[in-house]
Design a binder for this molecule. Sequence first.
Ligand code: HEM
Length: 218
Amino acid sequence: MLNFWNSSVGKKVVMGLTGLVLVGFVLGHMAGNLQIFMGPERYNAYARLLQHDIIEVTWAVRVALFVSVVLHALSAWQLTQRNWAARPVEYAVRESQVSTYASRTMRWGGVYLFVFLLLHLGQFTLGWKWLLPEYMPEGAYGNVVLAFGRPLWVVVYLVAMFFLLLHLFHGTWAVLRTLGVAEAKAEPLQRRLPLIIALVVTVGFSLVPLGVALGIVR
Ligand code: HEM
């Protein structure tokens, strides 16, 4: 087991499988969030389901998400360290065969998403007042409307969604490659499943801050 974790392939498999757990959550969370367009009652009911309706399920999901995020970030970090150690001096000329903008932003995009997640939890789940002074424990709808009433948060979220798009596009393709499901294709837009997942998640989430900013949700 330890041998597996110590190998680079093992870390890639761990990174991929934990990534899949996170994709599953993100798809469900996006669908749940779209209920904001059905009004406060419906949205608050979704938030209650997420937070405490069936407390055993809530905590099982939280532990699974926490473990997944930690292992995902740790394996990514350690693989990066290995890559850097293996090539301390940059290539004079870099001409990648199948590198895309998405693959090249995985590391720093991933760091942004991690910081975003901390701010997001502080704002909507933990109720940190410096992030959202009017936070109400049972008022998810109101919290979201107040947060996105501020342009700063709309921008922070939309930038996060942009990196999420790239991260999911490259990440879901990479995990399919690691597990041997997808074939190597040089043309990025032929990666149809990763493209669809990334677009659906990103557009779905983005509709929420945009809906508030445009006054459709208030
Ligand atoms: C526009 C985008 C999003 C909106 C409007 C949104 C909204 C919310 C709200 C209102 C809550 C708190 C629910 C409650 O406890 O009452 C929440 C919790 C959460 N969100 Fe989001 N979210 C968004 C995007 C994301 C993304 C992209 C991720 C992951 C990368 C994420 C991960 C989480 C997690 C892990 C929780 C905590 C669940 C728990 O309490 O166990 N969210 N979100």
